[in-house]
Design a protein around this ligand. Structure first.
Ligand code: NIG
Ligand code: FE
Length: 413
């Protein structure tokens, strides 16, 4: 047995069994002092006042003096599996050219698709490895990665295979999402029906049958898929047992939200242009609102109405949306800091948003996302005495140890 002891604070994000936080609950963190965490195998066996522990010699001791413990962070929305660079488009954006304008000219997602189609599986895995190692060094123990830059059978499967290989290599949990409906590939630019047919009758059945993805995602946007098209794709995905997520209300509000709610999607992601009258639909549902402030920061675009969503009772999570075009930000800590500075989220709300609520966004909230007896022994350890410093230290990563399934997988103590 192992024991984590002497930490200045244990931020548990305890939900008393509810396993997610909505509205006002997001401001509750539960902070324990003078407590120790007992780990048996890969699980949290006990959380006890340190004073009450007698026979220390039976434990392997991890001394976390001058440090604090949080649940392992959960990164619930990334496009980490990309190849190539879009630095040229970044320069265009700095000159004032809009993201959607670049995409309409064949740049954007389709530029990354060209690069992904050219790379071999082996090279692709090697390219992605350092990105995953970077996430681990930030305290992330559960990481979602989407496909979506292949946009044909062979290349979407190649991406999902790369994600599977990476999940086997690294000790963290990598959750695969199929995003074949990211945009229309150039071959089907004028034949949307045929591409939907490929998605619905070929890709989704194969991916579900071979367990290559847990979720199916889509991009509901004027430049990508309409609400009716998403409806068709979601019906097929659900029929094959895939859980649903939706990129929606990013630049235009075209009905994606209602389709996501109709299909009982697990999350709706982006929401930068969410209409005020739609907030109540989200507030009265358990659907997770995955907010991605890195996109607004990177594209100089509106921020999602985080304050209004939380104040009206919604379940809010936060994520990097790490991708080469709209949020080239491989840094969940910076995202947390932007959420505080630009979306008026409180520090406690932010911590719950990247732990228990992000875990709900991946339907892993019964096993990770909070420090509770019986959950996985996944922790992020920070080099500070007080949790506010994680957000206050803008531009810095204070994580100094990552523990997954009870094992230290990263340390710079
Ligand atoms: O979440 N919105 C669509 N997809 C990504 C961007 C992908 C890209 O630009 O490569 C996003 O912002
Ligand atoms: Fe995204």
């Amino acid at each position: 047995m192992k024991i984590l002891t002497n930490a200045e604070q244990i931020v548990t994000c305890n939900t008393n069994g509810k396993n997610f936080k909505s509205g006002k609950e997001l401001s509750e963190l539960e902070v324990l002092t003078s407590h120790s965490i007992v780990i048996e195998n890969d699980l949290i066996k006990d959380i006890l006042p340190t004073q009450s522990l007698k026979n220390f010699s039976k434990y392997e001791i991890v001394d976390l003096r001058n440090k604090i413990i949080l649940p392992g962070l959960v990164e619930c929305h990334t496009h980490t599996a990309f190849a190539g660079s879009r630095a040229d488009e970044f320069k265009m954006k700095l000159d004032g050219i809009h993201y959607e304008e670049i995409a309409a000219k064949g740049g954007g997602i389709l530029k990354t698709v060209n690069a992904v189609r050219e790379i071999s599986l082996t090279e692709f895995v090697e390219l992605i490895k350092p990105r995953i190692e970077d996430f681990i060094s930030q305290g992330i123990t559960t990481l979602e990665i989407k496909s979506g830059y292949g946009l044909d059978f062979e290349n979407e499967i190649k991406i999902l295979h790369a994600i599977k290989i990476l999940d086997e290599i690294y000790p963290i949990d990598i959750v695969p999402t199929f995003l074949g409906a990211h945009t229309y590939p150039k071959e089907f630019r004028d034949n949307h029906e045929e591409y939907i047919n490929e998605l619905v009758n070929k890709m989704i059945p194969h991916i579900a049958k071979n367990n290559l993805a847990e979720f199916c995602d889509a991009f509901c946007e004027t430049s990508a898929f309409s609400a009716d098209e998403v409806d068709l794709i979601f019906s097929a995905a659900a029929q094959h047992g895939l859980k649903l997520k939706l990129h929606t209300e990013q630049f235009n509000s075209i009905g994606g939200l209602d389709v996501a709610l109709k299909h009982k999607a697990i999350s709706v992601d982006h929401l930068e242009v969410l209409k005020p009258e739609d907030i109540s639909k989200l507030a009265s549902s358990d659907i997770v609102c995955d907010l991605l402030p890195g996109v607004s920061f990177f594209l100089n675009h509106h921020f999602a109405p985080a304050r209004e969503l939380i104040d009206s009772g919604a379940v809010v999570a936060l994520s990097t949306d790490y991708n080469p075009g709209s949020s080239h930000i491989l840094d969940l800590h910076l995202i947390m800091q932007i959420a505080a500075l630009k979306m008026q989220m409180r520090i406690e709300e932010i911590i719950n948003a990247v732990t228990i609520n992000a875990a709900k966004s991946l339907t892993r909230n019964d096993s990770v996302g909070s420090i509770e007896i019986g959950k996985k022994a996944d922790f992020s350890v920070f080099n500070t005495n007080e949790y506010s410093d994680i957000i206050y230290s803008v531009g810095r990563n204070l994580n100094c140890m990552t523990i997954k399934n009870g094992e230290v997988i990263y340390s710079r103590v």
